[in-house]
Design a protein around this ligand. Structure first.
Ligand SMILES: *Cc1c(COP(=O)(O)O)cnc(C)c1O
Length: 430
């Protein structure tokens, strides 16, 4: 299928990137369970290794099943290309890798997935990189945090875990003024609810583990490039603008234009970091993505009903769901994610930390797991689990205060979910 601008999201989520298998006519994308691909002849092999011809060499770099998923995600996000990798965290490292060098930093939102806070505040230091955590609602603070060594801004569209929506156009304008790329983690929103590139993002990263796959079966990640950033406008991004010694002095930006970042991600990133998505994982995610819009509609509808029910319950202190009129971020929903504020939010149980622990233990349909974006409803007490490594100040800044639990609302019957919360709240606050 040719991807025309005339096709709607529901069509693209099923067809983009896929075509009947040229060898067999198979209608569903086959799982190309192979490590290597036979070269036509020695010249063909040489051209592939020189990046003069695009094709398949070895599945650490490219695989036909993974390639379909890459094209599908790039299309749904409105990007020019995508690179899939083994997990969302791999995608984050892969996204930063072409931009960074020892001594360089990124300016990042305080409202991030707990694992990302740890990756950015601790682990990347081993590469000589660092992150400055800033409140992305304070644009002056973001501007002030940017210095000569800053190479990117990073935030989430709908932030995990706390019912927060980032003002993407405002942040994109700050990044633009500084000549820096804006990277947006769009995991919680998915391209059905929010398309960060339309709001000015340079790159979009995903944990495909979550809503894109949708049923909690495989881990994966993706990096989507808008193709719009001029990597040669300054000398800040030599990996993309300067000669690459590993490819006889080839300059990625000059040679591949808007596809420079994507090609670099495969030819250098996957080749040398090896954080590759396997074809089985790509298959599961392709299956999931076919129903993305249908699932997201139900996720949002259920989340809205449950958030409203909780907000009116006397056993609950407050609910942070950007879809609620009471949320300070409700106004941004209409601009940034008009189809809904996602299905992740937190609420505070009267009785604090202990009541949260009791609630989690008393639920029957909701599963207590460190995951989100599953068809089934999930709950986690972040302060005692995913955000455990953070200080209490970091926990609060990330929306994971000790007295709140995070819900990932699934697509079950909403009345059953409300009944489950009702009986568990009774036990937790007895
Ligand atoms: C889960 C998640 C990640 C990390 O992804 P993995 O696939 O678990 O490595 C990053 N960002 C967000 C918003 C997530 O929800």
């Amino acid at each position: 299928m040719t991807d025309g601008p005339t096709y709607g999201f529901d069509t693209l989520q099923i067809h983009a990137g896929a075509r009947p298998d040229p060898a067999t006519g198979a209608r569903q994308t086959p799982i190309y369970q192979t490590t290597a691909y036979v070269f036509r002849d020695a010249e063909h092999a040489a051209a592939l290794f020189n990046l003069q011809e695009v094709g398949y060499i070895y599945s650490r770099l490219t695989n036909p099943t993974v390639a379909v998923l890459q094209e599908r995600i790039a299309t749904l996000e409105g990007g020019v290309g995508a690179v899939c990798c083994s997990s969302g965290h791999a995608a984050q490292i892969m996204a930063l890798f072409p931009l960074m060098a020892p001594g360089r930093n990124i300016v990042v939102s305080t409202r991030l997935y707990g694992g990302t806070v740890t990756q950015f505040s601790q682990t990347i230091k081993r590469f000589g990189w660092s992150a400055k955590f800033v409140d992305f609602d304070d644009l002056d603070a973001v501007r002030k945090a940017i210095d000569e060594d800053t190479r990117a801004l990073f935030c989430e569209s709908i932030a995990n875990p706390g019912g927060y929506v980032t003002d993407l156009p405002a942040i994109a304008a700050v990044a633009d003024d500084a000549g820096l790329p804006l990277i947006v983690d769009n995991t919680s929103a998915t391209p059905y609810l929010c398309r960060p590139i339309e709001h000015g993002a340079t790159l979009v990263v995903h944990s495909t583990t979550k809503y894109l796959t949708g049923n909690g079966t495989v881990t994966g990640g993706a990096i989507v490039d808008s193709g719009r950033f001029d990597w040669s406008a300054s000398d800040k991004f030599p990996s993309l603008s300067a000669p690459e010694p590993a490819y006889h002095g080839l300059k990625f930006h000059e040679t591949f234009g808007p596809l420079a970042y994507t090609f670099h991600g495969i030819a250098i990133g996957l080749r040398d970091l090896g954080m590759t998505m396997n074809p089985q994982a790509a298959h599961y995610t392709l299956m999931g993505i076919e129903t993305l819009s249908l699932r997201m509609e139900r996720h949002v509808e259920n989340a809205m009903k449950i958030a409203e029910w909780l907000e009116n319950d006397p056993r609950v202190d407050y609910v942070t769901y950007a879809g609620l009129k009471s949320s300070p971020y409700n106004g941004r929903v209409a601009r940034i994610c008009p189809k809904g504020a996602g299905a992740l939010f937190t609420f505070a149980v009267k009785g604090g930390y202990d009541a949260c622990v009791k609630l989690v233990n008393a639920l029957e349909i909701f599963s207590h797991v460190a995951n989100l974006g599953d068809t089934r409803s999930l709950i986690i007490h972040s302060a005692s689990t995913t955000h455990r490594q953070l200080s209490p100040e970091q926990q609060r800044a990330a929306g994971a205060a000790p007295e709140v639990v995070r819900l990932s609302i699934g697509i079950e019957d909403v009345n059953d979910l409300i009944a489950d919360l009702d009986q568990a709240l009774a036990k937790a606050t007895a």
